[in-house]
Structure formats: structure tokens, C-alpha cells
Design a protein around this ligand. Structure first.
Ligand SMILES: Nc1ncnc2c1ncn2[C@@H]1O[C@H](COP(=O)(O)OP(=O)(O)O)[C@@H](O)[C@H]1O
Ligand SMILES: [Mg+2]
Length: 305
């Protein structure tokens, strides 16, 4: 059964269409990434998936339970880490976790055992009894995650879980996500960080201006843009771009003090450019080849340069 089946979700705020006909399917066991620039509609989508916001159109099922018809039933299957974590500053670390565990109906012995286990897991065992108001942003985020995973939810939903965190907290958050997945939780997370999506997710949907513009594995998304390989080359002398063209080279553009030569095969292009330089008595100052990156795919998909 799919962990998340969202069909044709739409949501507008006044004249702004924040989410436009978005469908998402996350099979059980996946780490699914929802990647998009700021303002793309990630948080609005997450809020609809988690029953916080009622969509203008569309429906959401979490492990077969309709979020609209049975919000509590659906929520019990989710651990949610919202964009701006919701931890209680006036409670201690352990109190935050115990309170959430109680909300999920865990008995006292289970709550206490689990709270200590999780505090250890997120590296805050030694801060167990300190008020959360004294914590850094990264530590608060770890508490937010601790609360979300206390009931070992089959589905973990995280909205930009690592944005603005220090390196150590970021690593702990990523490790926790991976471990939860290994232990059986399906994960859906949003990010605007391409490298993070690349490193963590098995499937990515790219969202831009409220619409999904591509879905696939990071490798597949990258390979979609295989043709955007290029060679960057600088000559000491001015060059007429037509000189650089050849079969397999689609175009040559000035790029700072260099030329960007777009091609199918960088190896062949470099050999060709070297022969042109030789023939035309040009001095090559620098040369480098590119591999397609997810970043390029992302920039292309989201309408950048
Ligand atoms: N409560 C709201 N009221 C008005 N506009 C909103 C509201 N929430 C989001 N938006 C708008 O919807 C768009 C998508 O926002 P959001 O879902 O927060 O994007 P993301 O999380 O990808 O950065 C933005 O243009 C944002 O300004
Ligand atoms: Mg957001």
C-alpha cells in the first residue's frame, strides 16, 4: 500500500495559486524528496498532506486513510516535523518528548523508556532536564524530531528539516532520517537543497511555482540533462565562436573570460578544441569539462538560466 497518495491537490490564497494540481505517490519504504525553491508550494502541500490546511481541490490518503474524512486516524500514522518546529520552550527536553508520547496514547513505562532512548539517539541525553528555551536552533530541531518519532510512526514528514542548522545538528537530523527509514518508516521530506535531496532520497519530485515539473530518481533526473554537458575553455586571443563549432557541438557561448562549448561528448569536444587551437595558433589558458549535475537539472526545470 502507498504511504502517501495525494491526488490533484490545489490551493490558492487570494490571487496566489500556491499549489496547482499536485499529485504525489510515495510507496511504502521510500525516502521521497520534494525539492523546490522558496515559495514553490512545498509547505502548503505538506500542510494539506498533514490535514492542517483544507485543499481547494484534491484528496490525500495516508496508508489508505483519508486525511479529510478521518484526520485523527491519519495523524496517528504520521510523525510531522513542521517548517518551524513546535517545541515547548518552557518544558525540558524530556518533558517535551513525554508529553507527545502521552498524546499518542503510549503507557507510562513505554513513554519513559522511549524518551531516554531517543534523547540518546539525538545526542541530547546530557541535556535531558534542561529547558528547551536554552537550546540552539539545531538542538530545538532535534527535539522537534524526537517528538515526531516517539511513537515510531510508519510515515515521517519533514518540512525543510535541515534548513539553517549547524553542521552537527544537520548530520544528526540526516542520520535520524536514515535510521528511521531503515527501521521501517517511509519518509517524505522537503528541501531546497539539491545535494541533500541527491544524497538522501530515492525519488524526487521537483516543484516550481505550485506545479510538479519532474519526478524520478536523482540519477534519472540528472541523465535527463545529459545533453547539457559542456567544456569550458579560455584562450589568450579573441575567438570567433563559429570556429569552435563541429559535429556534436551544439553551441559556444561567452562565459566570463571563457567560452562554454555545449556538446554531446566532452572528450571529443576537448580534442576538437585543441586541434582548432593548434590550427589557428590560439593559446589555451584553461580547459575544464562538466558532468551533468542535479543542480543543472534543477535550474533548468525551475526556469532559471
Ligand atoms: N497563509 C498564506 N497566505 C497567503 N499566501 C500564502 C500562505 N501560505 C503560503 N502562501 C504563498 O503561497 C506560495 C507558496 O508558499 P509555500 O508553500 O510556503 O512555499 P515553500 O514552502 O515552497 O517555500 C508563496 O507564494 C506564498 O507566499
Ligand atoms: Mg516552506
Amino acid at each position: 500500500m502507498d504511504a502517501v497518495a495525494a491526488t490533484q491537490l490545489s490551493k490558492s490564497f487570494g490571487s496566489v495559486t500556491a499549489v496547482d494540481d499536485v499529485s504525489i505517490t510515495v510507496p511504502e519504504g521510500e525516502i521521497f524528496g520534494f525539492l523546490g525553491p522558496n515559495g514553490a508550494g512545498k509547505t502548503t502541500t505538506i500542510r494539506m498532506l498533514t490535514g492542517v490546511l483544507i485543499p481547494d481541490a484534491g484528496s490525500v490518503k495516508i496508508f489508505g486513510t483519508d486525511v479529510h474524512d478521518n484526520p485523527l486516524g491519519a495523524k496517528l500514522k504520521m510523525g510531522i516535523i513542521p517548517e518551524n518546529g513546535t517545541v515547548y520552550s518552557d518544558l525540558t527536553a524530556v518533558e517535551n518528548i513525554l508529553l507527545t508520547a502521552k498524546f499518542f496514547g503510549m503507557d507510562k513505562a513505554a513513554r519513559e523508556e522511549r524518551a531516554d532512548e531517543i534523547l540518546d539517539r539525538i545526542g541530547l541525553a546530557d541535556r535531558r532536564d534542561d529547558l528547551v528555551r536554552t537550546f540552539s536552533k539545531g538542538m530545538r530541531q532535534r527535539i522537534s524530531i524526537a517528538c515526531a518519532i516517539v511513537h515510531a510512526p510508519p510515515l515521517l514528514i519533514l518540512d525543510e528539516p535541515t534548513t539553517g542548522l549547524d553542521v552537527y545538528s544537520r548530520r544528526l537530523v540526516i542520520d535520524t532520517v536514515r535510521r528511521m527509514n531503515r527501521e521501517g518508516s517511509t519518509v517524505l521530506l522537503t528541501t531546497h537543497n539539491i545535494e541533500e535531496a541527491n544524497a538522501l532520497c530515492s525519488v524526487i519530485s521537483v516543484i516550481d511555482r505550485g506545479r510538479i515539473v519532474a519526478t524520478g530518481s536523482p540519477e534519472r533526473l540528472k541523465s535527463t540533462f545529459d545533453t547539457s554537458r559542456y567544456v569550458e575553455i579560455a584562450f589568450e586571443q579573441p575567438v570567433i565562436p563559429g570556429l569552435l563549432l563541429a559535429p556534436g557541438i551544439s553551441r559556444a557561448e561567452p562565459w566570463g573570460d571563457k567560452w562554454r562549448v555545449y556538446c554531446d561528448d566532452p572528450d571529443r569536444a576537448v580534442k576538437h578544441l585543441a586541434s582548432v587551437a593548434e590550427r589557428e595558433r590560439l593559446t589555451i589558458v584553461s580547459v575544464a569539462t562538466s558532468k551533468p549535475t542535479l543542480e543543472e537539472a534543477f535550474v533548468k526545470l525551475t526556469g532559471g538560466v
